[in-house]
Every structure is written in C-alpha cells, then in structure tokens.
Design a protein around this ligand. Sequence first.
Ligand SMILES: [Zn+2]
Length: 317
Amino acid sequence: MLDVGLVTDPRLEEHDPGPHHVERPERLARIRGALDAAGLARRCRPVPLEAADEEALLRVHDRDHVRSVENACAAGAGALDADTGVCRASAEVARLAAGSAIALCREVARGRLRAGFAALRPPGHHAERGRAMGFCLFNNAAVAAAYLREAERVGRILIVDWDVHHGNGTQHAFEEDPSVFYFSVHQFPLYPGTGAAGERGRGAGLGATLNVPLRPGAGDPEFLAAIHDALVPAAEAFRPEFVIVSAGFDAHAADPLASLEVSTPAFAQATRIVREIAERHAGGRIVSLLEGGYHLEALAEATAAHVAALLGPEARS
Ligand SMILES: [Zn+2]
C-alpha cells in the first residue's frame, strides 16, 4: 500500500531567482533523480500540485504582500529583497508550492495518506506576514499549519525546523499561538539573526517556541542531541496531533552557506526520531516540506535518506 505521498513536480523548477543564485532549479531535478535511483519514488503515491487560493495565503500573509509578489512577477523580473529574486513565473510557482503543502496535509489529516514529503521551491520559512525574505516568497509550512488548524480543526500542531537557518517567518506567525509549537535547531549566529535560546514565544504562546542554537562547527552529536534531548521531551509535553517538518538540508557538512557538520545518516536518524514522535502522539501523521540545501549532491543524498526514513523498511511481498 502506498501510504506516503510525494510531491516532485518539474513545474516548481520554473521559478528562477536569477543567474548564479544558489536556490537554483537544479536542486529539484537532482532530488527527483536521487529518489528515482534509490527506488523510493515508486514506493510513494504521487500527489499533484495544487495552487494555494487567496484565503489560504491570507491566513499567514497580508494582502499587500501577496500583491507585491504578484506585481513584481507581472513586471517580468525583479528582487523582493537583497537575495530574493523572482521571474514572471515565480508567483504562480510559489502558490503551487504552498498549495501542495496544503494538499499533502489535507490527505494526511483525512487519513488518505499516513505521511508525505514535498520537494518544494521556492522555500518558505523566512517569509514573514508582510514580506518576502531569504529566497522565500510564501511561508509553505506556516500556510499548511494554518490550514490544518482552521480548515481541518487540528488542535495541536508541531513544526520541526532543522534547516541550518532559523525560520523567523514561521516563528513569528505562531509565536502568540499555543496551538502551534515551533521547534528550531539552527546555526547561530547566522542569517537571519533570530532564534536565540531566549525566544520562547509570547503571550498565550509563551513556551510553545523552542530554539536550539548551535555554534558554527557543531556536527552530528549536537544536532541529534537537540532533537533527542530538547525536542522529544517538549513533544511529550505538547502531545501534537500533527507534525510538519521544515526539512532543510543546509546543515550538511558539504553545504556552502553555513558551517555545521551534519552527515547524511544523522538526517536519517533525526527523521526516525521525529517519525517516532508522530507515531507516539499524532497517529503517525507527518508531512515534510523541503526548505534549504545548496550542495546539489549532498542535498539529493540527504533528501533520499530522509524520505527512506519516512517510508521505513520495505515490506517483503
Ligand atoms: Zn536554510
């Protein structure tokens, strides 16, 4: 039975942030190649792209931001911040990325899939309510979590963000909301500068944000300790009904943008631990969304290891 959904659509390669940009379309082609070569794609059920509608985006973003992305793309090309370029297709591709995150979450929430992975671009976790940032146009994970909470009435959602950069946009979207727990392990200091250990949420959401900043040079022991020693007990207390992973692979030792030394097997181990959290508390419901990862070979290899761990051992037939 194919109970893990997979989004890997070449249309998401039509977003072009500009020449020589690290967030390049080839990232997805390499991931598709690795999932095919490892026999993982055939073990998943393909989930088609869906575009996020206005209502879905406005749960997280303000109308001016959505319009500014559309207007920049309609003009043909441009930059929404110093490192976030767009082409004519980018607004539509970004809607497809966010909408496909929603589609996977819907299928899992309604019991038609157990789990899912979406190889999305543009990534999402830096996108704020009112602005694009750090290669991100719309916040895929936040839009998906807001959909689960408001449309599927999921009571408690855990977002696990292991991209090497702190997910400022996701944290800010839910920092006053006790029903969405945001966990991030990331290099610190590093772009975007947020994610200090003292950031624990605000107001009613105080305690539902947990940041584990790691010093440059930290590797597998520190990365896995953050997951095992900080995330697992926090999840035990929070008891999530659904788990979303913001799966960036730029903490990999080979990645050119940061200085953590995480190995491919450690990403697989982190996946198993988070999957166990989902199984223990959330009926196994887990959806993973690609964020960063800029060394093509390491990205493809780590993503394949991640998807293999989401699938679990192949059943003998
Ligand atoms: Zn990143």
